[in-house]
Design a protein. Structure first.
Length: 420
């Protein structure tokens, strides 16, 4: 049965969207409904393509008290995301073909949205044994990452990049030199004030500088996960100028928060990489605006209340993001007048789709998958962790007043989330 979504605003114009067989048959001013079509009145709502998040953690299997594929993908749908890529730091780690095959099947069975799987670069994420990249790619790995851990040995990274390049894959990299990180938990600028050990940005930038040399040597398609510092933005800018195949993502928290905003020992402000200085934050925003940083990714990292209890010194790193990213980006960038909605959406749809070759995700064009989000951009609301679909309630944005309320989310033309 066809569906028509009528009376929605797209790029400032009142429009209609026709959905047939899960695909977008047309987007335009008006369509006559075929007899028997389901008509959805989108009056007062803005339509955008379903968002794509290339960096989330669903904790399933092994850590399902934090999140499951089901709750994580419900959070995605409620947050306007219709395609996500999940990191391999579950238990067991996704580092073997058999484990990956099982995971791909589980993601499909349990996922309410399109859940693509990222496989590990090395066995167990921490060894120097590179995984069977070619076989994992063949079995459906969307990318390769040791997220949560940096790859310590240059030799390991070189070998992995050669393997990824050979099969036309993509690597999405958590940069962290363990020696320099030295057990730190906050940016050194906040260390004395908070009485907590510092985690220097050199831990990120030195590995990035190393990896850029390895990209130059191998031609590997390389993506920087959660870039946090001004120096990293500069390194990426130079590498791109040279034409190296590098892209980068930034998280909403690194765009909208910095270390000066950490008021006391609040564990909702603990994430890896840590919030850096205001200068770093401004450099990230400038980098996003000039295209040095390609996209926004949430790094949705749910934890139990227990895992986030106590002090920043010893609780788990990470905050949730799937249900806060769109309203925060809408509020801070679009409602504030910094960029138009189309530009903001490109950071959360077009750029990740292009960067990760996610052709199954729709961009709201005729012929694309009918991955669609309807927003109410007029109604102000407060971010309330108690209303999250995610099991994780760990966010520093609770109580924040925002716009950009997700009303309905469609994946392949099927309604997967409806407000009320
Ligand atoms: N970002 C975090 O602080 N934590 C992530 C790991 C990661 O993204 O590095 C997690 O898995 O909890
Ligand atoms: Zn990471
Ligand atoms: Zn992560």
């Amino acid at each position: 049965m066809d569906k028509i979504i009528k009376n929605v605003i797209i790029d400032g114009q009142k429009s209609a969207i026709v959905i047939s067989d899960g695909k977008i048959a047309g987007v335009g001013r008006a369509f006559a409904a075929k007899p028997g079509s389901e008509i959805i009145d989108g009056k007062g709502m803005t339509a955008i393509p379903g968002l794509v998040d290339v960096h989330v953690h669903f904790r399933d299997p092994g850590l399902t008290e934090k999140e499951t594929i089901r709750t994580g993908s419900e959070a995605a749908a409620a947050g306007g995301f219709t395609t996500v890529l999940t990191m391999p730091n579950v238990l067991p780690v996704i580092d073997q073909v058999a484990t990956l095959e099982k995971q791909v099947a589980l993601n499909k069975e349990k996922g309410l949205v399109k859940v693509g799987q990222i496989a590990a670069i090395t066995d167990e994420l921490t060894t120097d044994r590179v995984t069977d990249i070619a076989a994992l790619k063949q079995a459906g790995a969307k990318a390769f990452s040791n997220d949560g851990h940096g790859v310590q040995e240059a030799k390991t990274m070189l070998e992995a990049m050669k393997a990824v390049a050979a099969v036309g894959g993509i690597m999405t990299v958590h940069l962290e030199d363990n020696g320099l990180a030295d057990g730190g938990v906050v940016d050194p600028a906040a260390s004395e004030r908070l009485g907590l050990p510092g985690l220097t940005a050199l831990s990120e930038t030195t590995q990035l500088a190393r990896d850029i040399e390895l990209v130059r040597a191998t031609g590997c398609r390389y993506h920087v996960a959660h870039v946090s510092s001004q120096q990293s933005v500069e390194l990426i800018r130079q590498a791109k100028k040279e034409g190296l195949p590098i892209t980068a993502e930034v998280s909403p928290h690194h765009l909208f928060l910095d270390e000066s905003m950490i008021q006391g020992d609040d564990t909702n402000f603990k994430m890896n990489p840590p919030l850096r200085t205001k200068e770093d934050r401004y450099a990230l925003i400038a980098g996003l605006l000039d295209g040095t940083i390609d996209m926004i990714a949430s790094d949705h990292a749910p934890h139990t209340e227990e895992d986030k209890a106590g002090s920043i010194a010893d609780c788990a790193f990470g905050i949730v993001g799937l249900e806060t990213t769109l309203p925060l980006v809408y509020e801070r960038f679009v409602a504030s007048g910094l960029v138009d909605l189309k530009t903001a959406v490109s950071w959360l749809n077009k750029k990740p789709i292009e960067g990760f070759a996610l052709n199954e995700a729709g961009q709201l064009r005729a012929g694309d998958a009918a991955d669609i989000v309807l927003l109410d951009v007029e109604q102000a609301f407060q971010i309330n962790p108690e209303s999250f679909h995610s099991k994780g309630k760990n966010t520093p944005f609770a109580g924040e007043e925002v716009h950009g309320l997700v009303m309905k989310t469609f994946v392949d033309g099927q309604l997967v989330f409806s407000k009320e």
